[in-house]
Design a protein around this ligand. Structure first.
Ligand code: UT7
Length: 332
């Protein structure tokens, strides 16, 4: 019997309508378009303006986009994973609500949080369920309403993040397409440099903390940047080496969209030309768990069956890694 691998067989996405441009940010904090563009590559990001709608709203829309494109019966979905750092609430999971709302009534579901690496780690988890032979398909959604934890008076964070969601369907494959190899790592000593602290079980959200804006995300950008450049590039290089891939045999790099300079550094490390580097940071900024599926959704029409795609991410925790995946279909 041939080995079962886990292949991506469909993609969907959703971004909210409201566009927060660099020009608008110039009126909110002490910053300017030139600084943001040259330091990050970001021109605009999407924001879900409605306070009554959370990450599940984005996740449901992305999943419905996939379901419609694929013509999938949601009752056939066996597992729904929502990768997110901004769940609707601390309990119950965003995934359970999302699964019910999309009609995946025969599935079980759970959330996964590894900050900006949530989707990358989610790919590993989704693939593991399928490779075990116990499940035929898994719907993996990366969704974040980052605007819910961003202080729009803090120029160090508000220029970077945006809201969005993307979804992929993993299915069992017997042609050896799909996930081939992974290199994933965590280092908890990095957590002090990037976190949304208060409201967690160790850090009570008091009235005083709220007054100081302690409910928002904080990052020491320069330290995160240095670690991101080193580790994301290193993980990508390791995955190439381990699989005897050369720069010519890699067709695409899908790297977490946190900063164009970090993506460029990763591409340079594996000597990949610009035309093979997926990039949409200019449109969406850093959507945390949604960057990777938003990338493959944007590039879906250019991806060909058998293409070698390298996924890479780095984020809070610290968590990082790279995944080598063989693309499984030509889009219609
Ligand atoms: O996705 C999860 C992982 N997150 C990341 O990967 C983010 C990693 N970090 C970064 O992308 C970058 O560190 C930032 C984009 C956040 C910042 O860029 P940087 O080149 O590291 O800038 P910096 O923090 O070293 O600040 C340089 C200068 C400072 O001024 P002085 O001290 O040199 O006078 C900052 O105060 O730029 C100033 N600055 C700004 N100026 C205009 C910081 N933020 C801004 C701003 N507009 N928004």
């Amino acid at each position: 019997m041939s080995k079962i691998s886990a292949a991506i067989t469909a993609v969907g996405a959703y971004v909210p309508e409201y566009v927060l441009t660099n020009q608008i940010l110039e009126t909110m904090v002490d910053t300017n378009d030139e600084w943001i563009t040259s330091r990050t590559g970001i021109k605009e990001r999407r924001i879900l303006k409605d306070d009554g709608k959370g990450t599940s709203y984005l996740a449901i829309k992305a999943a419905q986009d996939l379901i419609n494109k694929k013509g999938l019966d949601p009752k056939e979905i066996e597992l729904v994973i929502v990768a997110t750092a901004t769940p609707d609430m601390k309990a119950a999971s965003t995934a359970s609500y999302t699964a019910s709302e999309i009609g995946a009534t025969n599935a079980f579901s759970f959330d996964m949080d590894a900050a900006c690496s949530s989707f990358l780690f989610g790919m590993s988890v989704a693939a593991g369920y399928i490779e075990s032979g116990r499940y035929k398909n898994v719907l993996l959604i990366g969704a974040d309403k980052m605007s819910s934890i961003i202080n729009y008076k803090d120029r160090a964070t508000c220029i970077i993040f945006g809201d969005g969601a993307g979804a992929v369907l993993f299915e069992a494959n017997t042609e050896n397409l799909g996930l081939q190899d992974e290199y994933l790592r965590s280092d908890g000593t990095g957590r002090e440099f990037l976190q949304a602290t208060y409201g967690g079980s160790s850090f009570k959200l008091t009235a005083e903390i709220l007054e100081q804006g302690g409910q928002y995300a904080f990052q020491e950008g320069r330290t995160v940047f240095k670690n991101a450049v080193f580790n994301m590039a290193d993980a990508a290089a390791k995955i190439l080496e381990r699989n005897n891939l050369t720069k010519d045999s890699v067709d695409w790099l899908a790297a977490h969209q946190a900063n164009k300079r970090i993506i460029d550094a990763t591409a340079q490390r594996i000597e990949l030309e610009d035309s093979k580097v997926m990039m949409n940071i200019q449109k969406y900024g850093n959507t945390t768990s949604a960057t990777l599926p938003l990338l493959i959704n944007d590039y879906e029409s250019q991806l060909k069956k058998g293409d070698n795609v390298i996924f890479a991410a780095f984020g809070g925790g610290f968590n990082w890694g790279a995944i080598y995946l063989k693309w499984a279909y030509n889009s219609k």
